[in-house]
Design a protein around this ligand. Structure first.
Ligand code: SF4
Ligand code: SF4
Length: 250
């Protein structure tokens, strides 16, 4: 192998046969520093005996090419290439059950570290994050635009064929039944419950201030545009409501 080819394979992160340019050292350091800078990092990582108890009890390790011990070792030894490589695929196998955290003799939380790596992958707009989160765009739209995730109207036989014969049980007159529920916020089938306008505006503000919307823009620009349109409309409605209140008082 030529010297050029050797250095390319050695420096390339992920698939060494890919035509994509290698990830430079500065980027790898920036990603690791972002993981390390999180306030939770020192709490989740205290050292590592390499004992493998976490992996032995991890359900994801049972089914996938994934090991919490490996994740902890990569972070503990500051293996920047390995950390980036794991963020390409492996970290998305974790089920976030935290069995590992309950068992680790060092008090580490491999599941918590995986969460930090996922958040960093989203922040940096990594392809792995986009691919994993794309199927959830409908849920995110529903959650951010209405304040809740699943509505009775979304449960229909076409969407839940895997329920088998039980699916007929949802053919109940939901609109009538929901209107009979004493809490007015549940008298709807378009959302799981009605979130009032003021609460919606407060939720938007929280998502904006905490950077959730910035992250959303990084991974799915179209969804971000749709959601910001929703937010602008609701904020206009809220302003109108406040003006009406003031007019009534005058
Ligand atoms: S159980 Fe804790 S100490 Fe043992 S390998 Fe896992 S993270 Fe390291
Ligand atoms: S939180 Fe993740 S790494 Fe830890 S045991 Fe559960 S699936 Fe495994």
């Amino acid at each position: 192998m030529s010297e050029t080819a050797t250095s390319r394979v050695q420096t390339h992160i992920g698939d060494p046969l890919s035509q994509e340019p290698p990830v430079d050292r500065d980027k790898l350091e920036e990603i690791f520093q972002d993981i390390q800078a999180d306030l939770r990092f020192d709490h989740e990582l205290n050292g590592c005996l390499n004992c493998g108890i976490c992996t032995a009890t991890c359900p994801a390790a049972h089914y996938y090419d994934f090991s919490p011990r490996e994740i902890v070792q990569l972070l503990w030894t500051e293996n920047l290439e390995g950390i980036y490589d794991a963020m390409q695929e492996k970290i998305w196998a974790c089920a976030q059950c935290y069995t590992c955290a309950a068992r680790c003799p060092f008090g580490n939380s491999p599941g918590g570290l995986v969460m930090l790596m996922r958040e960093t992958a989203i922040k940096h707009g990594m392809e792995s994050a986009k691919n994993v989160l794309r199927p959830f765009s409908r849920v995110m739209l529903k959650l951010i635009s209405t304040g809740n995730q699943l509505s009775p109207d979304m449960i229909n036989p076409q969407h839940f064929a895997d329920w088998g014969p039980n699916i007929t049980k949802i053919d109940a007159p939901l609109k009538t039944l929901r209107k009979a529920i004493p809490m007015p916020t549940l008298n709807t089938t378009a959302t799981a419950w009605e979130v009032n306008l003021k609460t919606s505006i407060e939720l938007y503000t929280i998502w904006e201030e905490t950077g959730v919307l910035d992250q959303l823009e990084t991974i799915d620009e179209n969804l971000f545009d749709v959601i910001t349109d929703f937010m602008d409309e609701k904020r206009d409605d809220w302003e109108d409501f406040l003006e009406e209140q003031e007019d009534d008082e005058d």
